[in-house]
Design a protein around this ligand. Structure first.
Ligand SMILES: [Zn+2]
Length: 237
């Protein structure tokens, strides 16, 4: 039990940052995706012994992880969420502040290299989290216009650079990793095509130091293209 006690001890010495949005009705969604619905089913207020709700949920509602098969139709990267190796869902993370880019900004390789010069290299198996400041615009419908339009995204050179680095996962605080209106979706294809999953709609990245330890587990959905997750990070106090 030594290792488990040691791990518990270490975890207790770290702070936890909540990186998820609350799942509730009217949260912003991709225009063509089905909505998140949460409906009372049984209730002790209406004669039942207990209470429970019916969930109707899209795989891409709220803070979620995209599996490679979301965009990759065939070949060795055609991997569903239930087929991704568990260890890809946690690990050391690097948080890159790109909030200066603003509306429709595109991340380039150069932006990431500049961050590395200041904060050290991104290593193989790191999880890279990109903060655009977009989570601050998260509003429930019908006040979701700003969040669901003109968001910044990851360009081809940055996505390819992260693939070269061999990162485990790339996360953003926008609805999608590619810039609003992108028809080519270079980041989705480069990352998912190399079995690197994507986290979208992250929250509170502005509360993170440059480094931390990230974890977000998807539900075990058979042939899932994605899954909602509870994303957190452990950081030094
Ligand atoms: Zn998605």
């Amino acid at each position: 039990l030594n290792k488990i006690n040691h791990l518990e001890d270490l975890l207790n010495q770290l702070q936890i940052v909540e990186l998820s949005h609350t799942l509730e009705e009217h949260i912003p969604i991709w225009p063509t995706h089905s909505k998140f619905l949460h409906t009372l089913w049984h209730s002790y207020w209406h004669g039942d012994v207990a209470i429970d709700h019916q969930l109707l949920i899209n795989e891409h509602n709220g803070t979620h992880i995209d599996a490679p098969a979301h965009f990759i139709k065939e070949g060795e990267s055609h991997i569903w969420i239930n087929e991704m190796p568990l260890r890809t869902f946690w690990g050391p993370c690097a948080v890159i502040d790109l909030s200066f880019l603003g509306k429709l900004g595109v991340v380039t390789e150069e932006h990431i290299r500049q961050w590395e010069q200041k904060h050290g290299d991104i290593k193989k198996d790191d999880i890279v989290l990109l903060y655009f400041g977009w989570s601050k615009l998260w509003r429930k419908r019908p006040e979701d216009y700003e969040f669901t339009h003109d968001w910044p995204g990851v360009g081809a050179s940055a996505a390819e650079y992260l693939v070269e680095k061999g990162v485990k996962m790339v996360g953003v605080d926008t609805l999608a990793i590619d810039v609003f209106g992108s028809t080519e979706n270079p980041a989705h294809y480069a990352l998912l095509g190399n079995k690197i999953s994507i986290i979208e709609n992250l929250n509170n990245l502005d509360q993170m130091p440059e480094r931390g330890y990230f974890a977000a587990l998807p539900l075990l959905i058979k042939e899932g293209s994605a899954s909602p997750v509870r994303a957190i990070a452990f950081v030094e106090k």
